[in-house]
Design a protein around this ligand. Structure first.
Ligand SMILES: [Cu+2]
Length: 143
């Protein structure tokens, strides 16, 4: 049944395109903001609400921005009365759910800003998911 193969391959390709398009429409970012740092502090934190309206879990695996040397996904934890941060290699966003990045929890650690960022400025950060989805978001710098 070799004659079927090209048809099947074409169909798979079409379905992949549809899945990618619906994922892009189904994952969104709201309330994205970055906390202004005191002068001389080469580190900032970004917060947001991530929403997944796709029928599949989405794994956030990386973030990047041309305004910073590096962006890492962190989680603030309290252990034995001490507050610290750990790197979160990936964060699972369940179907039909929201995940809040907020002070004291998940945050984007923004290292070495390449320009001075003051309240009211905006920075663009792209979120990368394991599905291949890349989601650009605009973050507002706030006090
Ligand atoms: Cu951190």
């Amino acid at each position: 049944m070799k004659w079927r193969h090209p048809v099947f391959a074409g169909l798979t390709w079409a379905l992949t395109l549809v899945a990618t398009a619906s994922e892009a429409a189904g994952v969104s970012v709201r309330d994205a903001w970055v906390r202004e740092s005191p002068p001389g502090v080469a580190m900032m934190a970004g917060y947001m609400t991530l929403r997944n309206d796709t029928p599949r879990a989405q794994l956030l695996v990386a973030a990047n921005s041309s305004d910073f040397e590096a962006v890492m996904i962190h989680r603030t934890i309290v252990k034995d009365g001490m507050t610290g941060m750990v790197h979160a290699p990936q964060i699972e966003l369940l179907p039909a759910s929201s995940l809040i990045f907020a002070p004291g929890g998940y945050h984007l650690m923004l290292l070495s800003p390449k320009r001075t960022l003051r309240a009211g400025d905006r920075v663009d950060i792209t979120l990368e998911f394991r599905s291949g989805l890349r989601l650009p978001a605009s973050f507002e710098v706030r006090k």
